[in-house]
Each structure stands twice: as C-alpha cells, then as structure tokens.
Design a protein around this ligand. Structure first.
Ligand SMILES: NC(=O)C1=CN([C@@H]2O[C@H](COP(=O)(O)OP(=O)(O)OC[C@H]3O[C@@H](n4cnc5c(N)ncnc54)[C@H](OP(=O)(O)O)[C@@H]3O)[C@@H](O)[C@H]2O)C=CC1
Ligand SMILES: O=C(O)C1=N[C@H](C(=O)O)C[C@H](O)C1
Length: 268
C-alpha cells in the first residue's frame, strides 16, 4: 500500500510536534513536508530532529518547497496562517485537515469555498472522545431543554489564545441546535456586576486558563434538586494527532468536499 504523504504546518508548535511523532510512528503514513513561519528558529532543521530520529524533511516557510511532495496538509496553527495555507492547497489539490480554532464567519466561509476545490476535514476537536461526547450532548439536551440551566465550562493551558475553545463553542452549537435554539441568540460569554437573574433560555460559557491543562470540557445541566455534568478531559495531545491521521485516511479517496470528525468517525 502506498503510504499517505502528509505535511504538517506549525511544525514547531505543540500540536505540530505531536503530529510529526504520530506520523513517524504510523505504518501507513510518511512525513512529506513541514511548514513554519518565516523567522521561526526551527527553519531549515529536520522536522523530526526533536524525536532523535531525523525524517530528512526540513522545516520550510516557502509553501512550494514545504508542500512539493505532499498529498495532505495537517494544519494546527492560527486562523490567518491556515487561510493562507488553504489558498495554496486548494490551488494545488492538496487535501487539508484543519484543527485550528478561532475562525470568524468569513474564515469559515473561506474554508467552505476552498472545499469545492480540494477535500477538507475541519473540526475544533479531533479526538474520538470529544466527538462521542458531542453525540451524548445532542441526546441529553433534548431531555434537559426545560427546567435545566445549561452552562459550558472549559479549561486549557496558559498559552491558549482563543476563548471560548472551539470545542466549547461546538458543544454549544450542538446543544442549541438539538433543542431548537440558535447559539448566536442565547450564548452568554461573560458575567460581571449586577447581571440580573439568569435567562432560562441562555447557554452560558466559562473559561479557565492555567498551567499545562491539555483540555477539559464540562457541560452542566442544572435543575432543581439535581444537576447533571457531562465531562471530557484530555490528558495527552496524542488523541488529537491520532484523530487527524484518521481524518487523512478518510480523505484518501475524496477529491473535494467539507467534512467534520463526525463524518470521519461515522457518527453522523
Ligand atoms: N482540533 C483539535 O483537535 C485541536 C485544535 N487545536 C488548535 O490548534 C491550534 C494550534 O495549537 P497549538 O499547537 O497548541 O499552538 P502552538 O502555538 O503551540 O503552535 C502553533 C504553530 O503555528 C505557527 N503559527 C503561528 N501563527 C502562524 C501563522 N500566521 N501562519 C503559519 N503558522 C503560524 C506557530 O509558529 P511560531 O511558534 O513561530 O509562532 C507554531 O509553530 C490552536 O488554534 C488550537 O486551538 C489544538 C489542539 C487540538
Ligand atoms: O488550544 C488547545 O490546546 C486546544 N484547542 C482546541 C479547542 O479550542 O477546542 C481543542 C482542544 O481543546 C485543545
């Protein structure tokens, strides 16, 4: 079987390194390129040198060099970087797995448009556990739509730059859709001062940032006399990297189209 030729953007980042390690350990994939920003200290060095086993793949900032041998680009960077990579990949038929979070509506629309030219998996959380949790939430929300207050609490490491997390927002969207609300109308992202009583139709978000927390998400359904909590905790980024490889395998026979991890995992 021909191995999947996968390049990694943000090669020196937390997820970039985890992805390179997962690719190097996979039987059916090879590291085919690595990108980082101009000026990044790792440029020119071997992308797998941190593993003590070189891949003979230098980290490049030039897309044409970094993506010359790639069929897939896995991108966990920042929205502005992902959108530049996407433009190049759409023009060159390179399939993309996008894990970056924090896109605005225009960014999401650009991803949907690019997916008409190349195949894309785009998901705020690539782990199997979170995606199964989304299904549980869809089911639970229907039973707790009246008489229960819905709050989403997430905690991440001190370096995370976007809030609430993409996963928390996705959880909010899934819950809202499941009970016939629009998250745009009911989301409450901050409370301070004299806020008044809680609007029963609202979905609240609370964000914690600290230390090296990989990623915790809890959805609280608080009723009278009881409360239900559905929690997912990540203890390693490997689950995101393994999910990304599953996404690449899923895209292998696709030419175009926009997919999420629910589709990859057969949870739709
Ligand atoms: N979908 C999922 O399952 C998951 C999603 N994420 C998301 O992935 C993203 C990255 O997370 P993480 O690895 O922790 O972040 P890091 O900051 O550790 O890594 C980001 C990498 O992207 C590079 N980068 C930054 N800005 C740009 C840009 N404009 N263009 C190209 N490259 C850029 C950085 O380079 P430099 O260091 O030089 O700035 C770095 O190499 C976040 O959006 C996060 O929310 C994270 C985990 C799981
Ligand atoms: O930045 C992170 O670390 C993570 N980001 C994603 C998100 O915003 O949901 C996924 C995961 O929670 C880790």
């Amino acid at each position: 079987m021909t191995p999947l030729k996968i390049a990694v953007a943000g090669a020196s980042g937390r997820m970039g390194r985890m992805l390179i390690e997962a690719i190097q350990n996979a039987d059916d994939a090879v590291l085919a390129g690595a990108l980082d920003l101009p000026g990044s200290p790792g440029l020119g060095s071997d992308a797998a040198s941190f593993l003590g086993k070189p891949a003979n793949v230098p980290i490049e900032s030039d897309f044409a060099k970094g993506l010359a041998d790639a069929e897939f680009l896995i991108d966990f960077t920042r929205p502005e970087g992902t959108l530049k990579h996407l433009e190049y990949c759409a023009a060159h038929g390179i399939k993309m797995i996008i894990g970056t979070t924090g896109f605005d509506e225009a960014g999401k629309a650009a991803i949907a448009a690019a997916a008409q030219k190349t195949a894309v998996v785009f998901a705020p959380n690539m782990s199997v556990g979170v995606n199964v949790t989304l299904k549980l939430l869809q089911m639970a929300a229907k039973s707790f739509s009246h008489g229960y207050d819905i709050e989403i609490i997430e905690a991440h490491h001190r370096h995370k730059v976007d809030a609430p997390s993409g996963t928390a927002l996705k959880m909010g969207e899934v819950i809202a859709e499941s009970i016939g609300r629009d998250l745009k109308d009911v989301a409450v992202y901050a409370r301070e001062g004299v806020t008044g009583e809680r609007d029963p139709s609202s979905i609240g978000f609370a964000t914690i940032r600290g230390g090296d927390i990989v990623g915790d998400h809890t959805v609280l359904f608080a009723g009278i006399g009881e409360r239900i909590e559905i929690t997912h905790k990540s203890s390693s980024r490997l689950s995101y990297a393994h999910g990304s490889l599953r996404a690449a395998r899923f895209l292998a026979d696709k030419k175009t189209g926009l997919f999420d991890m629910q589709a990859v995992l057969g949870l739709e």
